[in-house]
Design a protein around this ligand. Structure first.
Ligand code: ADP
Ligand code: MG
Length: 392
């Protein structure tokens, strides 16, 4: 993959930047601007180089039609505040408004196109449909920079088809992601410990399959641990359970490298003022939901992590969004953050959000991936269309 400097002189050139600005919104406000801030380095490079930057990004899943609540308006505003310059938003993705705004750009200006997923062709499985849209998008610019690592696992027009049509380069986020993730897949140092959590085993089945033979220990928390506990023959009460994954979890347990929680924080309801109890993981009472790993589990996980040379963490240990169930995620995050000299990588949108929400120092980790699904698919060993296009 080529970096931006291989594109040559940027001064006065129109550059289409595919960025990942898919931020969480709450009541129309940006709840976490981490992804916008992560895009500042590439934008600064382009602005300082005198490029006329046209930013293309998606927000949520509008399913191919405009939806006012998924407009990139709030993102344009926040981006403008962070960059210290006006960032206009086109009314469309590659229509009359986009062209008009693009024509009006001066050197060093930045324009944001409206949510690219307002166009059904962006995500179409039909190559011809995507191509026709990619032609219109590519016509706005003279070259392309791909820095949306969070979208490179999608064969979407703005990620895959556009870079095939323009001189292209990978942005710093994509280059950094690939550099770090490749260190996890190519001969990692040992001990190599992976921590997985989050809600579903089924989401992470492929990555467990791929990583388990390569790791020394796999620590499992979050909603997925209950399917593992069930596979050990324990009742899990009213906790999250994927019956169709019990057998797979049993096979993973046979590896002898899976470490499960010893205790669990339970409650009868999922609320911020729930009455909680800590129970042994093999004695979850009926009608109770396991919503976090308990303090003894945090100690065990921290002990398993103590000597690790390489750590990959994906998925919160509990429902960290609610204070009564945040301690497990906080404890494990702190244990990883405290490892001196280890390569520590966090993947997953909710895990990265948890680190910020719990006030843990982001710089204590070697790398926090901006791409949830993309980082997992990279670790699964899949070919990612967006990277394939940037490598061509
Ligand atoms: P990531 O985005 O980091 O890959 P996931 O999307 O897989 O993580 O999972 C995140 C979600 O998992 C969070 O919203 C969290 O509330 C939920 N979760 C964690 N533990 C539990 C649990 N015990 N029961 C239900 N949901 C859980
Ligand atoms: Mg998630």
């Amino acid at each position: 993959m080529r970096s931006i400097d291989t594109l040559g002189e940027l001064d006065g050139r129109r550059v289409l930047l595919r960025a990942d600005l898919n931020v969480p919104l709450e009541d129309g406000r940006i709840a976490d601007d981490g992804r916008i801030r992560a895009t500042l380095p590439v934008l600064t490079t382009l602005v300082e180089g005198g490029a006329r930057t046209i930013v293309c990004a998606h927000l949520g899943r509008p399913k191919g039609a405009p939806r006012p609540d998924l407009s990139l308006g709030p993102v344009a505003q926040r981006l403008g505040e962070l960059l210290g310059r006006d960032v206009p938003l086109a009314d469309d993705v590659a229509g009359a408004s986009a062209s008009k705004h693009a024509d009006a750009l001066a050197d060093g200006d930045v324009l944001l196109l409206e949510n690219v997923r307002f166009e059904a062709a962006e995500t179409s499985k039909d190559d011809a449909e995507r191509s026709a849209f990619a032609e219109r998008l590519a016509a706005l610019a003279e070259c392309y920079v791909g820095d949306a690592f969070g979208a490179v696992h999608r064969k979407h027009a703005s990620v895959y088809d556009v870079p095939l049509r323009l001189p292209h380069a990978a942005g710093p986020l994509v280059l950094r992601e690939v550099e770090v993730l490749s260190r996890l897949t190519h001969d990692p140092e040992r001990p190599y410990v992976v921590v997985l959590g989050g809600s579903k085993v089924s989401d992470k089945l492929a990555v467990i399959e791929q990583l388990l033979p390569r790791v020394d220990q796999l620590l499992v928390g979050g909603g997925m641990c209950f399917t593992f506990l069930k596979a050990q023959g324990h009742d899990v009460g009213d906790s999250l359970l994927e019956d169709d994954q019990v057998e797979a979890c049993g096979r993973f347990l046979d590896s002898g490298r899976v470490v499960l929680p010893s205790d669990v924080v339970v409650a009868t309801d999922l609320s911020a003022d729930a009455t909680t109890r800590v129970v042994a993981a093999d004695a979850i009472p009926a009608d109770f939901k396991g919503l976090d790993i308990g303090p003894d589990s945090v100690d065990r996980f921290a002990t398993a992590l103590r000597d690790a040379a390489v750590v990959f963490w994906n998925g919160p240990m509990g429902v960290f969004e609610l204070a009564p169930f945040a301690a497990g995620t906080r404890g494990v995050a702190q244990a990883i953050a405290a490892l001196p000299g280890a390569l520590t990588v966090v993947g997953g949108g909710d895990s990265a959000a948890a680190i910020r929400a719990l006030g843990i120092d982001e710089s204590a980790f070697t790398h926090i991936s901006t791409g949830g699904g993309a980082s997992l698919e990279y670790l699964e060993g899949k070919t990612l269309p967006g990277l394939e296009a940037l490598e061509s």
